[in-house]
Design a protein around this ligand. Structure first.
Ligand SMILES: [Zn+2]
Length: 376
């Protein structure tokens, strides 16, 4: 008997090699999109995996409560809105509509909470005040900066690597207002071309990590069960998010488990609009059923990066067909096989092994798996 079976109503799952016990619900915070561009395969992979984590938890008797934010206050978004000649919020709302349609098309369930950053500005001001009060942040030139020297170390990065990543993700390591290049703005002083709100430090806007902290703490309180997002968000975004949340609340760890999904590359290169190598979800769904795209994403270890090739979709379509054939097989119910399936999925979402088991057992086992993977 597994622990899941012996403790009725209680369950647990192994996430990133670490077992977390869960009672009846799981708080999952997913870093959502910055709505300035179309959905590509990398976005789809992240949100299909987070969706599947929720479906697996539901199979285990745990109600997932997903909070997926919308980063609609963002410097990259401001620039894109400026180029389009639109107000940032209007532009974001239109992009968000397209993203929601894409998520629906690929079977990603709507999150229970979907906070938008622009509605949490007063929370960020409160967060900044709290961080100032504890000494974790300082006020300078109309901004509030979080002391970040310890964050890189905790993330296992040396200073040059941390500084490089900080620059790559808009952290402005060269900002002369900072005591240390690894400090980050909780509150950014106002600048032309960006929206601004009043604050005790003058007009300005929330910093990226801080707005996510404000939304996460407002929706779930001081800690969560799982914090999820693409692996590229591990540093600086998630490292600073956790550090700010813990400095503000005093509750450690901020997240019981981290669910960092592997990055999708094209010919070994990062997908980027500037590189012209974006694989758009729309384009894939125009020629392939959503089930094949989902299965291509899911038939692998979730934390591992992978390289997209069109042949993978053909292989996924064949695997999907064999799952459907197995599901249609008229075989007696096999509770041991369904339990085995549950165990495999509860152990770091071992989808490849679960697919093999379902194909062999057929019947209800295969139908259960098809449901859990969102393929029905
Ligand atoms: Zn975030």
């Amino acid at each position: 008997m597994t622990r899941t079976e012996t403790a009725r109503g209680a369950a647990g799952a192994v996430i990133a090699g670490q077992r977390i016990e869960l009672l009846d619900r799981a708080r999952i915070y997913a870093c959502g999109i910055t709505p300035y561009d179309v959905t590509h395969l990398g976005h789809a992979a992240t949100f299909v995996w987070i969706d599947t984590l929720g479906r697996v938890l539901r199979l285990l008797g745990v109600q997932p409560e997903v909070c997926r934010n919308v980063t609609d206050v963002d410097d990259v978004l401001d620039a894109a809105a400026g180029r389009a000649g639109a107000a940032y919020d209007e532009f974001a709302a239109i992009q968000q509509f397209g993203f929601d349609q894409d998520m629906a098309a690929i079977g990603v369930r709507s999150p229970e909470h979907e906070p938008r950053a622009h509605r949490y500005v007063t929370h960020v001001i409160r967060l900044a005040s709290g961080l100032l009060a504890t000494g974790a942040a300082y006020q300078r030139a109309g901004g509030v900066y979080f002391r970040g020297a310890g964050v890189a170390e905790r993330a296992g990065l040396d200073r040059p690597a941390a500084r490089h990543l900080s620059g790559e993700f808009g952290g402005r390591p060269d900002d002369p207002a900072k005591d240390d290049p690894l400090d980050v703005a909780v509150w950014q002083a106002g600048e032309p071309g960006h929206p601004a709100w009043d604050s005790p430090w003058g007009p300005g806007r929330p910093g990226w990590h801080a707005e996510c902290v404000a939304m996460a703490l407002s929706v779930f309180g001081p800690a969560m069960d799982v914090h999820a997002g693409g692996a590229e968000l591990r540093f600086p975004h998630h490292a600073y998010h956790a550090a700010m949340a813990e400095a503000f609340t005093g509750v450690r760890p901020y997240a019981r488990a981290w669910f960092h999904t592997g990055v999708v590359t094209i010919d070994g290169a990062k997908m980027a609009k500037s590189a012209g190598n974006l694989v758009l979800l729309d384009d894939l769904l125009a020629v392939h059923p959503a089930g094949a795209v989902r299965l291509m994403i899911l038939d692998r270890p979730w934390a591992q990066g992978w390289d997209y090739r069109p042949a993978l979709l053909d292989a996924a379509a064949i695997r999907l067909e064999s799952l459907y054939r197995a599901a249609a097989r008229n075989v007696p119910d096999d509770p041991a096989a369904v339990d085995g399936l549950r165990r495999l999925l509860a152990t770091d979402l071992n989808v490849p092994a679960a697919l093999d088991l379902a194909a062999e057992a057929g019947g209800a086992t295969a139908r259960t798996l098809a449901g859990v993977l969102g393929l029905t």
